[in-house]
Design a protein around this ligand. Structure first.
Ligand code: NAI
Ligand code: 15L
Length: 272
């Protein structure tokens, strides 16, 4: 973190996945924390560059491209990649190689912090009535979840080997509003997402911290006891959407996608 003349905590931040659903929200939110936000994606950005933005298209699977992309930034908010279950070969390029390239770029440019968009699908094979925290054994529920689990392993390795700190965000379901009954537990509002990113960037001595990204919902599956030092205090709750969502048809009582935390991701594939 560097103090600048404008007193923003960072001079330059890199945001990957800037064209995505959360990237679009974070383009705005990150303005408060950096003089310049370098925004990158493989897809076109809309809107195009803002006043305090640098646009740098890049495929995360391109190692040399990612190395050039990260030159001169103070921290990386890594949201880019495939965000749902797909065939392993696609996940391998965008998420597994892509996140490796991010950490190699951080190492070579001496970037000291990465915010990694992990996912609740790292532990998706727990039942919805089983409490889970950051020390629970991982139970990835799909190739996508495996790729996020691997990203967390990279984060641990690069911290112990090179001192690069990471906050891995096991995001629940971050959308304008929860879309189904499952998301009453997993929903993360955009306001709470922005607050979580702020804490992940600014908290001191995070080492490799794993935090679940969910709002202050009534029925939570995840406990953030091991991430208290971040100071993440979500303000929103899914409760105001309950009445509407409870009118949706219920799944059968023995439907695994309704019993397991990962929901439909636990039954995706196979792809051949
Ligand atoms: P999204 O799919 O809307 O955005 C991901 C972006 O990554 C897209 O703009 C896509 O073009 C880009 N991308 C994909 N492959 C790429 C590649 N090879 N090179 C460069 N860019 C590439 O996803 P969303 O919802 O914005 O999620 C952002 C991140 O947060 C993702 O990593 C996702 O896995 C994670 N996440 C999101 C959750 C949510 O509820 N929105 C929940 C849990 C995790
Ligand atoms: C995720 O990891 C996905 O990126 C997102 O699209 C949602 O489906 C979310 O998990 C979820 O579990 O609801």
């Amino acid at each position: 973190m560097t103090q600048t003349a404008t007193s923003k905590p960072f001079n330059r931040l890199l945001l990957t996945g800037a064209a995505g659903g959360l990237g679009q929200i974070l383009r705005e939110a990150l303005q408060a924390h950096a003089d310049i936000v370098r925004v990158s994606d493989i897809s076109p950005l809309a809107p195009a560059a803002g006043e305090h933005e640098e646009v740098r298209p890049c495929d995360l699977a391109d190692k040399a491209g990612v190395l050039a992309l990260a030159e001169g930034v103070d921290a990386i908010v890594h949201m880019g990649g495939i965000s749902t279950e797909r065939a392993f070969e696609a996940i391998l390029e965008a998420n597994i190689r892509g996140t490796f390239h991010i950490y190699e770029a951080a190492r070579k440019h001496a970037i000291k912090r990465v915010i990694f968009a992990s996912s609740n699908h790292v532990t998706g094979f727990y039942r919805q009535d089983e409490p889970v925290d950051a020390h629970s054994l991982r139970r990835p529920d799909c190739y996508y979840g495996v790729s996020k689990s691997f990203g967390e392993d990279l984060a641990t390795f690069y911290f112990h080997r090179y001192g690069i700190e990471t906050v891995s965000l096991r995001i629940g379901s971050s959308f304008p509003e929860p879309r189904n009954l499952r998301m009453l537990s997993t929903w993360l509002s955009y306001r709470d997402l922005a607050h979580l990113i702020e804490r992940a960037l600014l908290a001191e001595h995070v080492g490799h911290t794993v935090v679940y990204g969910m709002s202050a919902n009534r029925d939570l599956w995840w406990n953030n006891r091991y991430a208290a030092h971040l100071g993440f205090n979500p303000q929103d709750s899914s409760e105001r959407f309950r009445e509407k969502l409870e009118q949706q048809p219920r799944s059968a009582a023995d439907d695994p996608t309704a019993l397991l935390q990962g929901g439909p991701f636990t039954a995706a594939g196979p792809f051949d």
